[in-house]
Ligand binder design. Structure first.
Ligand code: ADP
Ligand code: MG
Length: 249
């Protein structure tokens, strides 16, 4: 599903992602873990086209997406959430999804605002997609709720729905369970399992080890931009290099 070859991203003199090669299989839950500043979010930004890599290749289902912009990558089937989700507080859940869909699949604000004829047709399609996504994440009852009135967990579910509304093949979830309680975390984990059951590939960054160890098929460990380990939860858990990286951070 996703194949990354020798991926590197330099920010000035800093290699935020350093020569990382990895393959994530279809229909699985793949996790990326590592200490703060390890390059996890940057890795997602490279795959989703937010940043252009300094070198290396990214193949999505065999298609080279290395230099594609994020709107193009989104249309090819990469959905994502951000570490800090920027939702419009004074808009409803449904409107956030409709606007979010447009922002994610178009190249710029101009493109989003102009071309009203095309927009009308797209708006209808976006509304349908949004409702489907809300149903999937269990938020249909809250579609008219203002974000400002939503709980932390509901916001997380809106973020999931945002990632799903672009009809992705693979969803990148950046710390989806940050700031929610254990019970809510369990609910979000169930949602990820449901995504996989529905044919999606999940790739998530997470600090909650209990959750990761319980649901991941494969884990990649990053430290200082480099891949220091990969394997099943069991393999990673018992890897001295991984333990060292966490203790040293
Ligand atoms: P993680 O998500 O694993 O905590 P990040 O990918 O956010 O780590 O960051 C990796 C490193 O790259 C950090 O040192 C961070 O300061 C740096 N970095 C991330 N984004 C940028 C950017 N846009 N410009 C410059 N440096 C960045
Ligand atoms: Mg991060």
């Amino acid at each position: 599903m996703l194949k990354v070859e020798h991926l590197t991203k330099m920010f000035g003199g800093l290699a935020a992602v350093n020569d990382v090669s990895v393959e994530f299989g279809a229909n699985q839950i793949n996790a990326i873990i590592g200490p703060n500043g390890a390059g996890k979010s940057t890795f997602f930004n490279l795959i989703s086209g937010v940043h252009q890599p300094t070198s290396g290749r990214i193949l999505l289902d065999g298609t080279d997406v290395t230099t594609m912009r994020c709107d193009h990558v989104a249309r090819l089937g990469v959905g994502r959430t951000f570490q800090t989700t920027n939702l419009f507080e004074t808009a409803t859940v449904l409107d956030n999804l409709i606007v979010g869909h447009r922002l994610r699949t178009h190249s710029g604000l101009w493109d989003v605002l102009i071309n009203s004829k095309r927009l009308q047709a797209e708006e209808k399609a976006a509304r349908e997609k949004a409702r489907e996504a809300l149903d999937f994440v269990g938020l249909t009852h809250a579609e008219n709720r203002y974000i400002a009135d939503c709980t932390q967990e509901e916001r997380k579910r809106v973020a999931f729905a945002l990632a799903l509304a672009t009809d992705p093949k693979i969803v990148l979830l950046d710390e989806p369970a940050a700031g929610v309680n254990p019970e809510e975390t369990e609910g979000l984990a169930e949602l990820m399992k449901k995504m996989v059951k529905n044919g999606l590939t999940v790739c998530l960054i997470e600090h909650k080890m209990d959750m990761i160890m319980g649901i991941a098929d494969k884990i990649m460990v990053l430290d200082h931009g480099e891949k220091i380990a990969e394997g099943t939860p069991e393999e990673v858990k018992n890897n001295p290099v991984v333990i060292e990286a966490y203790l040293g951070s």
